[in-house]
Design a protein around this ligand. Structure first.
Ligand code: HEM
Ligand SMILES: *[C@@H]1O[C@H](CO)[C@@H](O)[C@H](O)[C@H]1NC(C)=O
Length: 528
């Protein structure tokens, strides 16, 4: 009897302690007079996303609908306070003008716990600043133009691959299909290696790059759980010995990098690629840059950082990861929307045909600005299907907004990209595909700070130019020969997966029928 009583008391105490522990920050927004959503213990306002029942872009969108007239409002991401900002002006302030205070992405203090997260995407503060500054020269327009010959040869291989695959089956799964092209591009341009991802797949798929890609972007409940757990409670996550990414990834890229460096005898080549840049770093042993505090004080303060193998390896993995999946998704969503919108498809194809006629069936870097309609289609797709439907920032130094709101270090900022891109005030009839919105003559009708396909401010996507170049090259290669239709089983509206932070269709690919267009023979690439 006594024992039972003790047990009952113990259970009550434990439940009570858990309750206190998981709700102790729940007065954060009330104390600051910020309108907020009433949270649930442990799950806060993101229950559906945390339980992997709903794509995060949608979860946040619903939260936004309740506070339509507020510039921002408070939520609890699990147990942690997060400020959701919807006002374009406040977003500009926070993402750009006051960047110093909110320069972190998420769980910034824990980036060093894994090789794969120890890079410019995850890092914050000085570590982020100095690496970002040193990687930026890789991505100038001039560099892209110099690199384009590599993309051009990849496009030739893609041309052959499409013919081969459509010979096997008229229905193509555009997502995996596009990824074979973009993976090959990034491996060739960044590492100077032949990934062979466009070679026919016979029997079991043994391509190691594709295998690594699947490891990094695994879609499963186990991985979804890890992503959320790390994002909300990183100290417990790493305390329990979890890792977001499997160690096989570091091992594979470690070997790859070593092999490439050796094959160049540790001397920069004339390729001017990522490996050359790294070799430059290695020679100096340190990299130099400005301290992030320069952004606060306005005084220039130089700092240096030691270059070790892990630093280089983690950036290398990041280029691979950021480089292919994002662009493959965008390419396949563009083909999907063109399949649904035959008029737009005709116009895009006509533009491609005219470009090839003008340039004698060769592509060059001008594809990124001589195809305004196709480019507008890609932007419209990025509006409807932003690769990151939600963007996060972390307050890194106590911060006071111009409104007087005080935020402590560690507080999270959520930018509801999917919601903003579907706000009818900014984009009328937001669920319809209207590439005209992004044509040069209409571009200035778009309200500033309402379109964030590549993020904003100093953390803007580093690979933006590269992304545009490879996505458009891929689209030109498809459109010049094929017309697309949805396959019979392909729905006209997609449900997004809740288990990944990328905007991806749930439990299905993008199945399209590829039909040969008339006159394609006159548009075959001319090869050197
Ligand atoms: C269509 C393709 C792509 C899209 C839509 C995309 C989108 C984004 C977005 C939204 C961010 C977050 C920006 C922010 O926090 O403000 C980002 C960051 C980043 N992206 Fe991309 N990206 C694409 C392709 C690429 C490619 C091809 C590369 C590299 C070759 C790349 C490298 C990066 C890097 C390094 C960052 C981190 C920047 C930082 O935190 O300083 N991305 N990208
Ligand atoms: C939003 O996206 C990021 C990935 O950039 C993810 O880590 C974060 O936890 C997501 N969820 C929310 C609710 O912000």
């Amino acid at each position: 009897m006594n024992a039972l009583l003790v047990l009952a008391v113990l259970v009550t105490v434990i439940i009570y302690l858990l309750y206190v522990l998981t709700t102790r920050k729940f007065d954060y927004w009330k104390k600051r007079n910020v309108p907020y959503h009433k949270p649930w213990p442990l799950l806060g306002n993101y229950a559906k996303y945390i339980l992997q029942l709903e794509y995060p872009g949608h979860t946040i969108q619903k939260l936004c609908h309740k506070f339509k007239d507020q510039p921002y409002f408070g939520t609890y991401y699990g147990t942690e306070p997060a400020l959701v900002i919807t006002s374009p002006d406040v977003l500009k302030q926070v993402l750009t003008k006051d960047f110093y205070y909110v320069n972190g992405r998420e769980s910034s203090d824990y980036c060093g716990r894994e090789v794969t997260t120890h890079n410019v995407f995850f890092n914050a503060g000085d570590k982020w600043k100095i690496v970002r500054q040193n990687l930026t020269p890789l991505f100038t327009s001039a560099k892209m133009r110099n690199m384009f010959h590599l993309i051009e040869t990849r496009a030739h291989v893609f041309e052959d691959m499409i013919d081969y695959e459509t010979g096997m089956s008229k229905t193509i799964e555009a997502r995996r299909f596009s990824a074979r092209f973009t993976m090959d591009c990034i491996c060739s341009c960044a590492f100077g290696v032949e990934a062979n991802t466009m070679a026919p797949i016979q029997g079991d798929d043994t391509n190691p790059f594709r295998f690594m890609g699947n490891q990094i972007f695994e879609i499963s409940y186990a991985r979804g759980f890890k992503i959320v757990f790390r994002a909300i409670w990183p100290s417990i996550f790493y305390g329990l010995g979890y890792q977001l990414f499997p160690p096989a990834v570091d091992q594979f890229f470690g070997k790859l990098l070593k092999g490439v460096l050796e094959s160049r005898n540790y001397e920069p080549s004339s390729r001017n690629d990522f490996i050359d840049l790294i070799l430059g770093f290695k020679k100096e042993d340190v990299i130099t840059g400005d301290s992030i505090t320069s952004m606060k004080t306005g005084e220039s303060k130089k700092i240096t950082m030691k270059v070790d193998d892990e630093l280089l390896l983690s950036q290398c993995i990041m280029f691979f990861a950021a480089g292919y999946e994002t662009s493959a998704g965008t390419t396949s969503y563009t083909l999907y929307e063109l399949a649904k919108n035959p008029e737009a498809q005709k116009r895009a194809a006509a533009e491609v045909d005219a470009f090839l006629r003008r340039h004698n069936n060769k592509i060059n870097y001008d594809i990124v600005h001589e195809l305004p309609f196709l480019e507008a289609c890609v932007y419209e797709v990025l509006r409807m299907y932003p690769v990151l439907g939600n963007l996060t920032r972390e307050v890194m130094d106590n911060y006071v907004l111009p409104t007087g709101l005080q935020l402590d270090k560690g507080v999270r900022i959520h930018v509801p990209i999917y919601h903003i891109h579907h706000n009818p005030e900014y984009f009328p009839d937001p669920f319809s595909f209207q590439p005209e919105r992004f044509l040069p003559e209409n571009k200035d009708k778009i309200k500033p700070n309402t379109f964030y396909p590549f993020g904003a401010g100093p953390r803007l996507c580093l690979g933006l130019r590269f992304a545009k170049m490879q996505v458009i090259a891929g689209l030109v290669t498809v459109l010049k020969k094929y017309r697309m239709e949805l396959s019979d089983t392909m729905p006209r509206n997609l449900i997004f997966d809740a288990r990944t932070f990328l905007t991806q269709p749930k439990d299905q690919g993008i199945d399209l029928r590829f039909i040969e267009r008339e006159g394609w023979e006159s548009r075959k690439y001319v090869r050197a």
